[in-house]
Write a protein that binds this ligand. Structure first.
Ligand code: MG
Length: 312
C-alpha cells in the first residue's frame, strides 16, 4: 500500500469515525450494533447531527492542519487564534474545557495553564480528538519531533500533562502506521518516550490485557479514550469493525471513534473506508466564512500535510 493511501485513510478515517459516532454520543453500550443488526452501519444522523456531519473533533483537526500548511510549520499562536475564532462562531458542539480556555480572554500561552490551576482537572480527550492532521504532518520528522509537537498543540487547550502525553502517544502510533508498521508494536517505544510521571497510568490503559470495562473514568477522559481506540484496533480485523467496536462502547462515541478511525485509517488505508461513509461526509467550519470540507477536500488536506516534509 502506498503511504498516500494511509495518510488519507488516517485523516478521512478520523472524520468518518467522528460523524458515524456523533448520533450515538452518551448512548449505551451496544447501541450501534443494535441499530444496524445486519452489521452494515450507516451514516444515520441524529442528536442534532445530519447524516455524515463531522463534529468539533474534525473541525478542530482541520483548523490545526490548515494552520500548519498556511504558516509553513508549527505556529502555536496562529492555531490558538483559529481555535478562538471558531469557538466564537457558535459551533454546534465544543468540549467544556476547550470552551472555557478559548473564551477566557487569556493569552495563548497562559489560558490553558491558568484554567488547570483554577480547576485542577484538565485531562479530557479534547486534544487527542483533533490530533490526526498534526500526526500526519509531523510523522516524517521522527518520534521525538512528532511527540513534542503533539504535546505543544495539546497544551494550547489542556493544562494537564496527561493529555499532552496521550496525544503524543497517538502521534507516535500514527507515525509508525504511516510507515507501514503495526502501531500496536510501537506501543512499548511510545511508552518509553512518555514523561516518567505519566508512564505507569498510560501503560495500564494501553496494555494488551486492558479492556474498556476496566476504565476508571468516563471515556471523555483522555486515558480510556485512547485506551479504547487501541483496544478497538487490537480486537478487530478491519476498518469498519474497529469503528463499530468503538461506537458500541457508548459514552463519548464521536471522539472515541474519531481516534479509532485515525489509527485504523492509517493501518488499513483509504481503500478500506467505505464509500457509503465518505459520500455524505462533510465538515462545517464555523468562523471560516461558511466553508464546508467534503471527503475529497480532506484527502487533499491530508496529502498536503504529508508532502510538506518530503522535500525538507
Ligand atoms: Mg465531537
Amino acid at each position: 500500500m502506498e503511504r498516500s493511501e494511509r495518510v488519507s485513510g488516517a485523516v478521512v478515517g478520523s472524520a468518518v469515525g467522528d460523524a458515524l459516532g456523533a448520533p450515538f454520543e452518551f448512548g449505551l453500550p451496544g447501541v450501534f450494533a443494535g441499530r444496524f443488526p445486519d452489521g452494515v452501519g450507516e451514516m444515520c444522523g441524529g442528536g442534532g447531527w445530519d447524516p455524515g456531519e463531522a463534529t468539533d473533533d474534525t473541525q478542530m483537526a482541520v483548523l490545526v492542519g490548515e494552520s500548519l500548511l498556511e504558516c509553513g510549520g508549527l505556529e502555536l499562536p496562529d492555531i490558538f487564534r483559529r481555535f478562538r475564532r471558531w469557538a466564537a462562531s457558535e459551533p454546534k458542539d465544543i468540549g467544556l474545557q476547550t470552551e472555557d480556555v478559548l473564551t477566557s480572554g487569556e493569552a495563548w500561552d497562559l489560558a490553558a495553564a491558568l484554567h488547570f490551576q483554577v480547576n485542577g482537572r484538565a485531562a479530557g480527550n479534547g486534544s487527542l480528538m483533533r490530533a490526526t492532521t498534526s500526526a500526519v504532518h509531523f510523522a516524517r520528522a521522527g518520534r521525538e519531533a512528532t511527540m513534542d509537537a503533539a504535546r505543544r498543540i495539546a497544551a494550547l487547550t489542556h493544562g494537564d500533562r496527561a493529555a499532552w502525553e496521550g496525544t503524543a502517544v497517538f502521534h507516535e502510533l500514527v507515525r509508525h502506521a504511516l510507515d507501514g508498521g503495526d502501531p500496536l508494536a510501537a506501543l512499548p517505544g511510545a511508552l518509553a518516550a512518555v514523561h516518567p510521571d505519566h508512564r505507569e497510568r498510560w501503560a495500564a490503559v494501553l496494555d494488551p490485557g486492558w479492556h474498556p470495562d476496566l476504565a476508571t473514568e468516563f471515556n471523555g477522559a483522555v486515558w480510556p479514550c485512547l485506551g479504547s481506540a487501541v483496544w478497538a484496533l487490537r480486537s478487530t480485523a478491519g476498518f469498519e469493525a474497529a469503528l463499530g467496536a468503538a461506537i458500541d462502547l457508548g459514552g463519548d462515541t464521536d471522539t472515541v471513534a474519531a481516534v479509532t478511525g485515525g489509527l485504523a485509517g492509517a493501518v488499513y488505508g483509504i481503500g478500506a473506508v467505505p464509500a457509503r461513509w465518505t459520500a455524505p461526509l462533510h465538515v462545517p467550519l464555523p468562523g471560516s466564512g461558511g466553508r464546508v470540507l467534503d471527503a475529497p477536500g480532506l484527502v487533499a488536506l491530508a496529502h498536503r500535510l504529508d508532502g510538506m516534509h518530503s522535500y525538507s
